[in-house]
Design a binder for this molecule. Structure first.
Ligand code: SF4
Ligand code: SF4
Length: 447
């Protein structure tokens, strides 16, 4: 067993030691309820969790169902009177039970498939929306960077790269010495961890984290909620890094007074609803604070299911109906409350809600769009929103033609088909699959 695997075991053992077995974590678990597990059996489920941690082997049936249902919401950690990070404990327990239940090679093959699929989609979408000099800047090796601050994008936000450009604009406006780093060569290793392929995880996510340290950066600002969660719970808690780690929204909120002095001109009048998620540090509170400081922006509070998952998609995608209901209720609630804009917190939520403009009298923007605009920057086209909105794809296709050429990437009809499935099979509000597929198939046929 590697030193890293030993540390994970120690973290789980420490949780089991401190646990009093009260069952509150299981009682509040939204996904356990979603699959029909009885809150009245909470003490039994937690006893099984402790037994698995202490004795190893396969999880008991009831526990296995709980582990499989977990989407990382962190409601359990918030409810624990002992302050145990139950989400982390459950994550490690799930890894252990998978290790006992099947050969590692099976998980490794699943993880490799999932990674390959994601990497292809990210590479293509980024090449369709970003010039090559920006993409090269993001993809350059982390350990060779020299700035005090590293803005770490993760992989999947490169499907909606205007968000990355916004953050770069905001950090520029703050006159900060920063480097931006991300892409699949700096993956957080989430698939390998989820599929219990720990040796490959150590060469990916664990290695990415070490490379941040090798760069000498004093601060690493994360974007992706999954990377933030994984690096916080599966790396920072395993070994204290030489740098400070935190989500970009928390950093911006902590520097709000500096930002406010740089807000420019008249901002548009907006009535805004945030699409909320709990579960990733103080991100929601930070985004509220940031938006609340933007002139002419009125924040409308809407009761919503913010505790069901820490972000849209990912592990929450196994509850497609529930996610779809959350998206519908949000858009309908926003319209009924007189809002004109939905503000998304993360990229996966942005992708899920981007099609709302086609069906509701609402604009959909990310919080970074609003802050960059308040600073007199931003304004980067959100091509993904155009893909999802349906209608004419002329602007998106023209941009893609130029960017693909700049990146030396060609699309063929098979990759357009796979990308269409990737974009439109995600849970989210409607757009037109045909409009995107037909326009980009025509682009692929151009030679
Ligand atoms: S993280 Fe959320 S979904 Fe997972 S066990 Fe805890 S409460 Fe349940
Ligand atoms: S809430 Fe905390 S102390 Fe209670 S059973 Fe869960 S982990 Fe143990």
């Amino acid at each position: 067993m590697s030193a890293y695997a030993d540390r994970l075991e120690a973290l789980a053992a420490e949780a089991a030691d401190r646990c009093t077995g009260c069952g509150k974590c299981f009682e509040v678990c939204p996904t356990a309820r979603e699959i029909g597990l009885d809150a009245g059996e909470a003490k039994q489920r937690v006893a099984e969790l402790s037994a698995l941690t202490e004795g190893g082997g396969k999880a008991a049936d009831g526990l296995q169902k709980w582990l499989n249902a977990c989407d990382g919401s962190a409601r359990c950690s918030d409810a624990c009177p002992e302050g145990i990070n139950v989400r982390q404990w459950v994550t490690i327990a799930k890894l252990k039970s998978l290790e006992a239940a099947r050969p590692r090679e099976e998980g490794a093959a699943n993880a490799a498939d999932r990674f390959r699929h994601m990497a292809q989609a990210v590479r293509l979408l980024a090449s369709m929306q970003l010039p090559s000099e920006t993409l090269k800047k993001i993809l350059a090796p982390a350990e060779k960077r020299t700035a005090e601050v590293l803005f770490y994008t993760g992989c999947n936000v490169l499907r909606t790269p205007h968000i990355v450009l916004n953050v770069m604009d905001i950090l520029d406006a703050m006159e900060l010495d920063f480097d931006v780093v991300g892409g699949t060569a700096h993956c957080c290793g989430v698939y390998q961890f989820q599929e219990a392929d720990l040796p490959t995880y150590e060469r990916m996510g664990h290695r990415t984290f070490q490379r941040f340290g090798q760069s000498g950066a004093a601060k690493v600002l994360t974007w992706c909620p999954t990377c933030t969660k994984n690096f916080g719970e599966l790396e920072k808690d395993v070994e204290e890094p030489s740098f400070d780690l935190g989500h970009i929204s928390e950093f911006l909120a902590a520097n709000l007074e500096t930002l406010k002095t740089r807000f420019v001109g008249q901002q548009p009048k907006r009535r805004v609803v945030i699409h909320e998620h709990l579960g990733i540090g103080a991100t929601l509170g930070s985004i509220r604070k940031l938006l609340g400081a933007v002139p002419n922006l009125e924040l409308i509070e809407l009761p919503q299911d913010s505790g069901f998952s820490y972000a849209c998609g990912g592990q929450a995608a196994k509850f497609k109906d529930r996610e779809a209901a959350i998206h519908r209720a949000l858009a309908e609630g926003a319209v009924a409350a007189g809002a004109d804009t939905i503000v998304t917190m993360y990229h996966s939520c942005h992708r899920a809600l981007a099609g709302a403009e086609a069906a509701y009298p609402l604009k959909v923007v990310n919080f970074t769009d609003v802050i960059a605009e308040a600073l007199g920057r931003g304004g980067h086209p959100d091509y993904y929103r155009l893909y999802k909105a349906g209608g004419s794809m002329d602007e998106a296709v023209a941009a893609a033609r130029t960017f693909l050429q700049s990146n030396g990437v060609q699309v063929d009809e098979a990759s357009v088909q796979s990308l269409t499935a990737d974009i439109f099979n995600e849970t989210g509000l409607p757009g037109s699959r045909e409009a995107f597929r037909d326009a980009f198939t025509a682009l692929a046929r151009e030679r």
